[in-house]
Design a protein around this ligand. Sequence first.
Ligand code: ASP
Length: 307
Amino acid sequence: MYLMRQIIPAIIATWSFGLKAAEAGMSILRAGGSALDAVEEAVKVVENDLTIRSVGLGGYPNMLGEVELDASIMDGSTLRAGAVAAVKNVKNPISLARKVMELTPHIMLAGDGAYMFARILGLEYRMPLQPEAEKAWKEYIERIMHSRPRKGTLDFWAKYLHERRTHDTIGVVAIDEGGNIAAGCSTSGLAFKMPGRVGDSPIIGSGIYADNLAGGASATGLGENIMRFCITRMVVEYMHRGLSAQEAADTVMKSILKRDENAKYIAVIALDVKGRPGASTTYDTFEYAFMTANMDKPELRLTYGLR
Ligand code: ASP
């Protein structure tokens, strides 16, 4: 059906929950919808799933037992972007981020300001902590109260959080039949983080980047490592210079490891202007979902970590 078109709509999304995100986004792309609409819908499906502990209001809380959410969205046709950081009591931070982009002269709103904006728009949503998340938070507080004080090094945190798999991001990049590229992502961030901690996800150029002239990318993993390298901006820049999504993703990850071999627990997905997917990671393995308009359902793909 799409064989005669130049661009076959395609969508890529992080982790195994990316499967349902890709499916939701593709139904919009197939109906002739925009990449931006597809990305928002794809991210929303994961935010709405309260069994997921790393995205949306079902996510793990911060140290005070409050869920603080980060999200961003970028339109590659205009290079406009919107983001929210450390926002509470919002069910779909991705939609709030889109409203920041479309209705305000700003790119990012944080904390109380973002919440106030959500209230004005009727996007406020209050919900108690999910029981499983509350139990894990209480256990964590109990453990740190009885443990010897430790240095708050990044390596200690990274290892601790990684071993318990307490963080992930839904990151999505889509290309529509008009060749427009959009990217978006959403996360509850690191479990039991310090209140006010903001990760890479709402930072344009770290969590996401999209440019119709080059491609789009979204990152996941330890935000403190992703932000140091502005990963998604770098991946898009390499695609701009002519590399495929896969080549660009690998090039960036290799350059990061060359600069700091301890830059662990990060991954990136990308789509280039031809709709080709790419993914690269410094995790041991990383799963992502990919689907084109020619496929019946999304595929879960596995990529192995660069050494
Ligand atoms: N990048 C997210 C953060 O640091 C978490 C993740 O994707 O695992 O907040």
